[in-house]
Design a protein around this ligand. Structure first.
Ligand code: PLP
Length: 390
């Protein structure tokens, strides 16, 4: 090992960048966090009640899900061994994909390694240069990544603004061979719903396809936890994407669509072809999680009920999902608020730009089935003074 006396240019570049980000309260740091169960975490020697996990149904630590994952390790080993198209397609995938397709009401499903991989692969599978993609401005980063990778013309429409979407379709659709509208079903940092009936109607009127990323909808909203499209029965979603990593408690993602679309995805999506299949334990865990979702409607209903109790207590707009944003504005103020909550035993992580637009740093509070009403009330009392102090 030798340490150069003068940093090389790359290291100097990184140091300058970090100093700049630090000055804007935008530097990010990892905090080792031991998740004790689906609710409590240990950080820096302290036990905190988490309102920052996306484990909405607390299935990451559910005995039946853990047993299914452990059983799959015993039967199939810890890794897939190769891409699913080579030897990595454990038979568990077919079972999981059939279950997901049935739950979402589509012909077929394809499971990916993660949500980020899914959107990075699906969008370039259906779009190429000369095509058009219109994306809600608050849609998840991996939709933007997929849009960029496709080479299609990318345009943002204002958040949930149907007049703007209509105007953009009118302006750009005719020049494109194919068009796709892409949105989150439940917005990850705001917890609100996309008006999928209106979006779907506009997309159809302009012969555009519709992709909905329902990472935060599955298992939480819609009848039987089917997700946000179930709240808008008239909506036609061509590509129903979601993840296994939030309410299902594990890791991985899926897209549901017609049989031919899924066959095309399996044949052409680069983030499906050129990557190792999910470990069998994740696939088995997701199947067990779906079993629990089907068997326990009270569990599925609980996160939204907790979130609504919280928004009522603080006079906020009624929660539409398990996610409630408490927008505080500046990053520094939001970090201070998160620290104040931590001192009272609550973990509610500050979310800063560029994850959210500048000036809208926030505490993002996520409710789970395991939070008691008393815990929700105590969090509300702790948050109240932080909202008032400017
Ligand atoms: C979390 C999330 C993703 C990414 O999923 P991963 O499986 O964590 O990669 C994609 N879209 C949305 C809306 C998300 O919230």
């Amino acid at each position: 090992m030798h340490t150069p006396a003068v940093p090389d240019t790359l290291t100097a570049f990184a140091e300058a960048k970090l100093a700049d980000l630090e000055a804007q309260s935008l530097r990010r740091r990892l905090t080792p966090t031991r998740r004790i169960d689906g609710l409590w975490v240990e950080r820096g020697g302290r036990r905190l009640l988490s309102f920052s996990c996306n484990d909405y149904l607390n299935l990451s630590h559910h005995p039946a899900v853990k047993a299914a994952a452990a059983g799959a390790i015993g039967a199939h080993g810890v890794g897939a061994g190769a891409s699913r198209l080579v030897t990595g397609d454990t038979p568990l995938f077919a079972e999981l994909e059939a279950r997901l397709a049935a739950l979402k009401g589509h012909e077929a499903a394809c499971v990916f390694g993660s949500g980020y991989l899914a959107n990075s692969g699906i969008i370039p599978t259906v779009l190429r240069p000369g095509d058009l993609i219109l994306v809600d401005e608050l849609a998840h980063a991996c939709i933007w990544a997929g849009a960029q990778l496709s080479g299609a013309k990318v345009a943002a429409f204002r958040h949930n603004d149907m007049a703007d979407l209509a105007a953009q379709l009118a302006a750009h659709r005719a020049a494109a061979a194919h068009a796709l509208v892409a949105t989150d079903g439940v917005f990850s940092m705001d917890g609100d719903l996309a008006p999928l009936d209106a979006i779907s109607a506009l997309a159809r009127a302009h012969d555009a396809w519709l992709l909905v990323d329902d990472a935060h909808g599955l298992g939480v909203v819609g009848a039987s936890g089917r997700g946000s499209a179930a709240l808008f029965p008239g909506a036609k979603v061509d590509l129903a994407m979601g993840t296994l990593s939030k309410a299902l408690g594990g890791y991985g993602a899926y897209v549901c669509a017609s049989g031919p679309v899924i066959d095309l995805v399996r044949t052409r999506a680069r983030s499906f072809i050129y990557t190792t299949g999910l470990p069998p334990a994740n696939v088995a865990g997701a199947i067990a999680a779906l079993d629990i979702i089907a068997a326990e409607p009270e569990r599925v209903a609980a996160p939204l009920a907790r979130a609504r109790r919280f928004t009522r207590a603080l006079n906020l707009a009624e929660a539409q999902s398990a996610v409630v944003p408490i927008v505080l504005g500046e990053a520094a103020r939001t970090l201070a608020a998160a620290r104040a909550l931590e001192d009272q035993g609550f973990l509610a992580v500050a979310i800063r730009p560029p994850t959210v637009p500048a000036g809208t740093a926030r505490l993002r509070v996520a409710f789970t089935a395991g939070h008691s009403e008393d815990q929700v009330d105590r969090l509300a009392e702790a948050v109240r003074p932080l909202m008032a102090a400017a």
